[in-house]
Design a protein around this ligand. Structure first.
Ligand code: ZN
Length: 386
């Protein structure tokens, strides 16, 4: 994967953009080998191992990448891309049955009773044809789903050899979510002595500070520069790269600066931007923005995952005779599921006629891991029984 974060001595994740190129004092979040910041022309900036690359970092970049953030082909295979492209650019719908089955196009019946096809929201993204507002609506649930999948994987890996990897995947993903949530998207008009340009960008600081830097960037290239902010959108860092993709035909590079555009009709672009609904943060996003670790790292369970009080009391104060007596609690511990993986907290150790039960290794680790959590949950009950 293109490792986007290294870990510093304080254990914090440090983003590739905030370090210079070359050797760093950072380490791989998976294996702790020192990292080198690679910032070439051809590949996206990323960290490479100063030594052997670990197995975890050799996995696909997809593992911790934000969905539909910096790549808009959406894993289209070459053949399918060709069929989609022919439909889009040449109105050739010969491959449409196939494209429809994969959700790229949908069929409809014209007023004359003919079957025709149109691109779905997903099908519009590779061409940048989807509006910014609908792009947000398409991407946000995918980000949430990916987060939940990684969280479930981390729960399933608790107390196994995979735990560190799964937790690190989740931490990296949350760091990337934080990065797009903490940034404000801005759009500004750039008046120069040779004409009007526009700039899209993101910042975590005040727009005034950013404007001063932009003015300094542009001054060598123009006789005069005036900057007029046209809008800011808080927590919308997710849109910047899609905006560049959608309006790539209007890009107007100034030396190495790529965020400038020369629009024929900027009103349409402004409408597109202003139709985006203000980003309303949910509880999870607020926690991520505040830099809080995931509930898995904090050893917290959600209501659907919590053991009943009887089962927890049995586990925390276990005896085989007691387990045989409380049938329901026993079954609950035997069939325990966490992170969509069944892992018994207790098992039978010997069969008929000498039926005995004991706590599994996982059961012991679980008991230790979540003791504080249950203590808080079932405070009075636990206090009485211990
Ligand atoms: Zn590594």
């Amino acid at each position: 994967m293109y490792l986007p974060y290294g870990i510093n001595e304080q254990g914090q994740l440090v983003y590739i953009e905030s370090v210079g190129r070359g050797k760093t004092a950072l380490k791989c979040p998976y294996c702790a080998v020192p990292l080198i910041a690679r910032k070439g022309e051809r590949l996206a900036p990323h960290f490479a191992h100063d030594g052997a690359t670990c197995r975890e970092a050799r996995r696909s970049s997809e593992t911790v990448a934000l969905p539909v953030y910096d790549s808009f082909r959406l894993h289209l295979s070459g053949k399918m891309w060709e069929a989609l492209w022919q439909f889009h650019d040449e109105d050739n719908d010969s491959g449409c049955d196939w494209l429809e089955a994969e959700g790229w196009v949908k069929s409809f019946i014209t007023t004359y009773g003919n079957e025709r096809y149109s691109l779905t929201h997903k099908g519009k993204i590779p061409f940048g044809d989807l509006s910014l507002n609908l792009f947000n609506q398409f991407q946000e649930p995918l980000i949430r789903e990916r987060h939940d999948t990684l969280e479930q994987a981390a729960l399933a890996a608790l107390c196994t050899a995979e735990e560190n990897t799964a937790l690190t995947d989740l931490r990296l993903f949350r760091a990337q979510m934080r990065r797009i949530l903490e940034t404000t998207l801005y759009f500004i008009e750039v008046r120069t002595d040779t004409g009007i340009l526009h700039k899209i960008g993101v910042t975590t600081r005040s727009l005034e500070q950013r404007l001063a830097e932009i003015r300094a960037d542009l001054t060598p290239h123009f006789g005069s520069v005036e900057l007029i902010p046209l809008g800011t959108w808080a927590h919308r860092g997710n849109v910047e790269l899609y905006f560049k993709h959608r309006y790539r035909r209007f890009q107007h590079p100034i030396a190495a600066l790529t965020e400038y555009f020369a629009f024929g009709d900027v009103k349409a672009v402004l409408r597109d931007l202003r139709r985006m609904k203000p980003k309303a943060l949910n509880d999870m996003e607020r926690a991520i923005l505040a830099g809080e670790p995931s509930r898995v790292e904090r050893h917290e369970l959600n209501p659907a995952e919590v053991l009943s009080k009887a089962a927890w009391l049995l586990l925390s104060n276990f005896s085989s005779d007691e387990a045989k007596r409380i049938f329901e609690a026993r079954l609950e511990l035997q069939n325990h599921r966490l992170g969509e993986r069944t892992r018994p907290l207790i098992v039978f150790t010997s069969g008929y006629p000498d039926l005995r039960l004991q706590v599994t290794d996982y059961g012991r680790a679980y008991r230790e891991r979540f003791a504080d959590w249950y203590q808080r949950m079932y405070a009075s009950g636990i206090a009485e029984s211990v």
